[in-house]
Ligand binder design. Sequence first.
Ligand code: NAD
Length: 428
Amino acid sequence: MGKKRPSPYKTAQGQFDLAADLLHLEQPARQLLRTPLREFQFSIPVRMDHGGIQVFRGFRVQHNDARGPGKGGVRFQRAATLDSVRAQAMWMTWKCAVADIPLGGSMGGFQADPRNLSAPEQERLCRGWVRQLAKNLGPWVDVPYPDLMTNAQHMIWMLDEYETIYGRKYPGFIMGKPVSLGGSQGRIEATGFGVVITIREALRVLGLDIHQTSASVQGFGNVGQYAVQLYQQMGGTVTAIATWNQEDRTAYTFRKASGVKLEELKAITNAYGEVHKHKAQDLGYQLLPGEAWLEQPVDILIPAALEQQISRSKVEAISSQVKLIAEGANGPTTPRASGFLQARGVHIIPDLLANAGGVISSYFEQVQSNQNYAWKKGDILGELDVKMAAAYYDVSDFAAATQLDMRTAAIVMAVSRVVDACRERGWL
Ligand code: NAD
């Protein structure tokens, strides 16, 4: 039997404990932040298409809202547990604090798989979730947005239910809306572009000219595609991209030493970010095993697919040319691998920082919705650049001042910002 992985909540609490030790936090601060402020778990009875009732479990966890209203995803996940939702909510508190946006951390979802539900059943489930929580959500309380397997349609059903309950319009109740109904321009680009803005700043600090650099990317979905786009626009060369293949559902690395051409690869990629391998070969791409993206002689690795892709056993396979890893995905590098890579001098931009563009753009949508005024795309992307670059220097300056690595610095800085807000409010 393999070793059981620690629950994400235990992992999140362990990370918090480390930050609390480094900050010499007193016991009440540890008690307040180690567990969520509020937790809701409830049953949602749903009338199914065949006429019977099925009861689903729903969750919402509000970890901490000292810095502002909660913000966090709502996901369909059959294996969702209160503990997994608690962990995500805690990470959201830290992510908002790293990005220095005035929001707290929440998370929620349903124990359900939308692939087994008709659209009307999904609608009734979404509306039921809002009915259970309406008193504890809202633009100035806690704001949901799409996460695993939820999309703009689910958000609109939820918005409509909330507005029906209260009898007035609350565009700031939920994020991830379609642009035609109060959603924000720039949302789709934000996470991938944000990753590259942090890469640009890291290269500046490392004294490297982006035009002379090359990168290898895992994942060619939302984050991967826009990261490749901006990096190449800035003058870098992407030589390899790993994705699932459409035909046999296996991961491959698609390599072109002269540089991947974004538009030609997008033309043979489906909506799930899966590339058609035979068409790629016809376009001159070399087909390598799924893990080969890690072994490329490049300056930058961008994991933008899944968690735990760079583990201790893979470290030796990573080229000595690699100077930078920018974590587009959540948790792609295990803590042990991180330690070894940092000892080798690799600069890691941690997920809390590198992929914060998503939550920053969601915050921009919230501000626009609450003002009922839409900003221009160029202004939004410009503001994203300012906020991401500022967050990069906040973390790297803090790391330099405290002699901590970037990952530890990001979480310690975040915890310290949240503790300050709790103190200012008189909670501590
Ligand atoms: P996505 O579903 O759009 O794309 C995922 C990509 O990864 C696809 O190209 C898929 O083929 C590829 N992939 C999956 N498994 C793979 C494997 N074993 N080997 C190679 N390629 C593989 O997802 P996304 O929205 O781009 O998110 C990617 C990661 O970024 C996730 O960890 C997500 O949690 C994180 N993230 C996303 C956002 C966002 O705004 N989309 C924000 C923060 C963090």
